[in-house]
Design a protein around this ligand. Sequence first.
Ligand code: 9WN
Length: 418
Amino acid sequence: MTTSLDEQARNIMRRNDQGHYTMPTNGLYPYQWNWDSAFAAFGFATFDLGRAWVEIETLFSGQWENGMVPHIIFHSESSGYFPGPDVWGTEQSPPTSGISQPPVAATFTRAIFEQNPEVGLNHLKDLFPKLLAWHRWFFECRFENGVIVVNHPWESGRDNAPEWDEAMGNVDTSGVGEYTRNDTSHVDPHMRPNQTDYDRFMAIVYAGRDCGWNEANMSENGPFRVADPGMTFILLRANKDLLALAEAVGANTSEIQNWIQALEAGVQQLWNPEIQAYDALNIRTGKFAGSMSSASFLCWYAGIQNETALIEFNRIAAAVKYTFPSHDPDSERFEPFRYWRGPAWGIVNTLIGIGLAEMGHQAQAEKLRGDTAKLIEQSGFAEYFNPVDGSPAGGMDFTWTAAIWLAWASPSLQIKGS
Ligand code: 9WN
């Protein structure tokens, strides 16, 4: 059974493979997404190392001159997704969206490189300056008060998470007008963001487009600017991996070391004592979101110990059948089926699990890995899962779920490793 699931995962990745990039899933997401591709590369590296490098290299073919790596690259035409390239209006070639996504690429590049440094060195020499430029862009354009902010919930990768509710409430949707969503024709609407969220998503896109995606303008006047513990932890971790890559190519490391110090100090400002968790902070209003989410538990992934977080982790793990819910199940905002408001996501489990294992919390790491494996064994390679009953949600035959199965969750890895 295990062998056959490994084979199924490889087949999903091959089917979604467009030759030089991989779609998250056919139909719902027909283009290249940023962090999806980095996870895809992590998965490809278990059976085709060359293809893993190609995936990351293609992602960087969409890099902007200012260093940003966009969240979507529209390599080919497709009518299946809204908002498509015309709506974003970024005037890039290839066309792209105008925002970024969580920077997991340096971390998985390091994993791929270390698998075979001899093969990887030439790839890395070319890729390293691009990774460095992207991280520098974060510090130039998304670094405020010591932490990383997002300009759009889509930038966080956790689109409709409750941590955005307070700031989203201030987004003016009066100019949005008519548009047609495609997502709800692919997926049951009760598993997707609601219409009010979508109107706000679109209002923020139109505001970016109207100012020509000018970073200074968006940071001053954009409708949404929220500090995200998820982005902050992920970039902190990515900087540590980038440092190792800098050493491998013989590059200067002082700039990266400064970034690490700055984020290690800054992220403590996201500790919300009221809910005893790392929380999102609306830097426009100074208000915390009051949201304990899966992103709150990425501290270990960033190399930060936190005893209280461990206690809360154990409480949440005991409250659901399958870890790890994207939002606190004891909160009234918890919705077990609705996208980032409750469901468990294999990719987030992977990041939290990697961190827990590295920081000495083996029991919690094994619980996450075991639950992720059970979810996939019972419900297939779904985009995400209901953490209460384990049922599949969102798109099926999903690239990143297949990828993390191969690289992190499959029991066959333990057999190989032992
Ligand atoms: C918007 C592709 C992406 C993921 C995101 C996830 C979802 C898109 C959408 O799908 O977002 O970027 O249209 O819902 O939230 O994390 O990268 O899998």
